[in-house]
Design a binder for this molecule. Structure first.
Ligand SMILES: [Zn+2]
Length: 92
């Protein structure tokens, strides 16, 4: 998995992103305008637009919430975050 390289900040938490990976289709491809992604730092949804990341509109949030792939992507982020906390907690 190599991912698509780009540079933008999360519109929610400001974390700088420089790479995106297609987690749902199994193929490496560049995101197109309107594609949704999850910020790995804060878990909020973002939308690709003209090479940058913006917050979803209300209509896009509804679409994201009803999309099975988006729900699975968010669940994966939650799992990853909890697993990371477990490793951090066990190291103390
Ligand atoms: Zn973020």
């Amino acid at each position: 998995m190599t991912g698509h390289v780009f540079y933008s900040n999360c519109a929610w938490c400001g974390t700088r992103h420089d790479r995106a990976t297609n987690a749902t289709d199994g193929e490496e491809c560049a995101p197109v305008d309107g594609d949704a992604t999850v910020c790995f730092a804060c878990g909020e949804w973002l939308i690709f637009e003209h090479g940058y990341l913006r917050r979803p509109t209300a209509a896009e949030f509804i679409e994201i919430g009803s999309d099975d792939d988006c729900r699975r992507a968010r669940a994966a982020w939650v799992f990853m975050t909890r697993t990371s906390e477990q490793f951090t907690d066990s190291a103390k």
